[in-house]
Design a protein around this ligand. Structure first.
Ligand code: BES
Ligand code: ZN
Length: 458
């Protein structure tokens, strides 16, 4: 490992240069006008995977964006790691809030600023560099690896699930490895053993067949935006609980042990509140912030639109309203069942004179795995070597829908070893990746492959 680690050290600048090139390609999966960029990004990644010595590398077309696959199977008798990540990114809008161009990666201080720097290109790249260091220094890897990098994670595309289901033999492995989560804090590496699921709904209200003069008609017809506001207001009660009947039926309650483990983490609520610029932290009564984010379901309006929003005033009764509502789910809630419950409840809350419609924007199941699994413990040792400090074990509030698919179809344990930071601005303007953690991440990944090498450790 000494040679591998010193190659990683010497290769820092080259690693950063390569990542910059990767980040320059605007692979925004949700925008149709970036379709070609997404494809170019897949080709770029495939080419790099070939260059470092992975085999059978291909950019596989799907009905949506390509899946990039590659493997190195030269360690017979050793374990096989299926590494998953995504090369697509969230849109960068609003552009005017970025200090530098989101697709012109820029180093300021210890951070690299660019869309996708943390989520997830930087984290995919650090694994590529770890494999490259092993391959160039020793001509081999300690274990077998298969790489599966998708281009639709940020849009919950259906194509990866279908691919996994129909290629189970090709993807056969001993464990799944993912770096698409965050560390607990700057110097505190972590392993994530739980993620929330999601049900994402669009709600459409319709009143009169066209906008009306609010003086001439106001009072005689229902206003679909008032109706939307009233519906939304009724979805949460004054204890921060979701009012949909049956919503909590399948929620696995937090155990006393887990609550104690969360409480023992070095989390400074007051510093967190200040960083967010709010005068109070709110949520479901009876739970701490970490419990609310990691282990309790939530319902949030992500956006709302309708009526007149231009300059000045215009007196109308609008004919339409629209809201995007997402629910984060915890084990054992079923996202499709929750979507149905949501629709039924909202229908009941809809006043006369307004019709309601829904678009379901994708679902993802929650994930929870025992933290004492030997592979998770191996990842813990690798992080300790990479960071000089043992990791904490935590859950997170975000979602990676394919993790549940891996668990159900391939039946494999999953290791979530993330290198982002809570304030990395993922999905927001000025997304950044801390470079120190990028380099420590490369070393940790290199150690993990070594930790899985059975001759040495079993
Ligand atoms: N990297 C995130 C997942 C994540 C976020 C994990 C925060 C832990 C903490 C991933 O790229 C993501 O953004 N997922 C989406 C999935 C959604 C579109 C179905 C999410 O969580 O919003
Ligand atoms: Zn994301």
């Amino acid at each position: 490992m000494n040679r591998v680690l010193s190659a990683i050290d010497k290769g820092r600048d080259a690693a950063l240069d390569g990542l910059r090139e990767f980040l320059r390609i605007p692979s925004v999966s949700t925008h149709a006008h970036h379709k070609q960029d997404v494809q170019n990004c897949a080709e770029f990644l495939a080419e790099e995977m070939r260059r470092i010595g992975l085999h059978e590398v291909e950019s596989i077309p799907t009905a949506g964006h390509p899946i990039v696959y590659g493997e190195w199977m030269g360690a017979p008798g050793q374990r096989t790691v299926l590494f998953y990540g995504h090369y697509d990114v969230q849109p960068a809008e609003p552009f005017e809030l970025w200090e530098t161009d989101p697709f012109d990666p820029t180093v300021r201080g210890d951070d690299l600023f660019a869309r996708g720097s943390t989520d997830d290109k930087g984290q995919v790249w650090l694994h590529l560099k770890a494999l490259e260091a092993h391959l160039t220094q020793t001509g081999r890897l300690p274990v077998n690896v298969k790489w599966l990098i998708e281009g639709e994670e940020e849009v919950t595309g259906p194509n990866l699930d279908a691919y996994v289901e129909s290629h189970q033999e090709k993807l056969a492995a001993d464990l799944i490895l993912i770096s698409d989560t965050t560390m607990f804090d700057y110097d505190v590496p972590s392993i994530t053993y739980g993620l929330r699921g999601i049900s994402y709904m669009e709600v459409l209200t319709q009143g009169s067949n066209e906008d009306l003069h609010s003086g001439g008609y106001g009072g005689s017809v229902a206003n679909p935006i008032n109706a939307m506001a009233s519906i939304i207001a009724q979805l949460l009660d004054d204890k921060g609980r979701i009012t949909i009947p049956g919503f909590y039926d399948d929620v696995v309650p937090l155990t006393d042990d887990e609550r104690a483990a969360f409480a023992a983490l070095p989390f400074d609520e007051e510093a967190y509140r200040k960083r967010l610029g709010v005068d109070a932290l709110t949520g479901e009564t009876g739970y701490t912030s970490l419990e609310r984010i990691w282990a309790r379901p939530t319902l949030d309006v992500n956006g709302i639109l309708g009526g007149f929003t231009g300059e000045g005033s215009k007196t109308i009764i609008p004919s339409k309203g629209m809201a995007k509502v997402s629910m984060r789910l915890v084990p054992e809630q079923d996202p499709v069942q929750i979507a149905e419950m949501f629709e039924n409840h909202v229908r009941k809350l809809t006043p006369p004179g307004v019709t309601i419609d829904f678009i379901r924007h994708g679902t993802g199941k929650p994930f929870l795995t025992p933290k004492d699994h030997p592979f998770i413990q191996a990842a813990g040792r690798a992080l300790e070597k990479g960071f000089g400090r043992a990791p904490v074990y935590n859950r997170e509030g975000g979602s990676i829908p394919v993790v549940a698919t891996f668990q159900e179809t391939l039946g494999l344990p999953t290791v979530l070893m993330g290198f982002g930071l809570p304030d990395c601005n993922a999905h927001a303007p000025n997304e950044k990746f801390n470079l120190k953690n990028f380099y420590r991440g490369i070393a940790s990944a290199a150690w993990f492959y070594q930790e899985l090498y059975t001759d040495k450790y079993v």
